[in-house]
Design a protein around this ligand. Structure first.
Ligand code: GDP
Length: 200
């Protein structure tokens, strides 16, 4: 990501808003307060491009960012999905379903689970069911891993993968990435994964 530049593109609630964006894309999803804004900022190497907010469910739309890497001569899009902890699938679902079902350039969803929570909540399960239904590749990211000893983080990561595999067997990647925006642990690995899945 050296010589990269990141910028905010658009906020979208329907396909018409984003269908002109055609670069390879990844999306980040997770319950409110999981550390998603901080993590996307880390991936974009930005301080505040994604507005971090303490208010639960603050983001209620899809926010699109672009990341270009001059060194690798390419551009990708990164999508911040709304935090889903405080909504039912029905409330949350319409434009998310539209996005997941019809987005051809979407290469992978990174689903965030907080290390200390250490298990899937019902909204995580609903989300996994949705990506399984629409066959979107998904990888788990364990966030705020600085709050745990690394052995504990590894154990939690294995347990969460096992549980998630039962729900989304055909789309879940077998490996999770443990990250901390605070210490930058795992951020290089996540950045490399984002670039590589987008073909850069
Ligand atoms: P979002 O609601 O998922 O976008 O989460 P935010 O990025 O706004 O973070 C929610 C809270 O978790 C904030 O108080 C952050 O300071 C804190 N947080 C975010 N990332 C980390 C991390 O890597 N480690 C720790 N210890 N706290 C974090």
């Amino acid at each position: 990501f050296r010589q990269r530049s990141a910028k905010f593109l658009i906020t979208a609630v329907k396909q018409g808003h984003y269908q002109h964006l055609s670069h390879p894309e990844v999306a980040f999803a997770g319950r409110s307060n999981v550390g998603k804004s901080s993590l996307i900022n880390s991936v974009l190497c930005s301080q505040s491009l994604v507005k971090t907010s303490k208010k639960p469910g603050h983001t209620s739309a899809l926010n699109f960012f672009s990341l270009s890497s001059r060194a690798r001569a390419g551009e990708i899009n990164i999508v911040d999905m709304p935090g889903y902890g405080f909504r039912s699938r029905r409330e949350w679902g319409g434009f998310i379903t539209e996005y997941l079902s019809g987005r051809k350039v979407l290469r992978r969803v990174f689903m965030l689970v907080e290390a200390k929570v250490g298990e899937l909540k019902s909204t995580d399960v609903s989300f996994l069911e949705l990506v399984e239904e629409y066959r979107v590749p998904i990888q788990l990211v364990i966030t705020k891993a600085d709050k745990l000893k690394s052995a504990d983080a590894a154990q939690i990561s294995n347990a969460v993968i096992k549980e998630a595999t039962r729900i989304a067997p055909s789309v879940l990647l077998p490996q999770a990435i443990c990250c901390s925006s605070r210490t930058r642990m795992g951020i290089d690995t996540l950045q490399a994964e984002v670039l590589s899945v987008c073909g850069l």
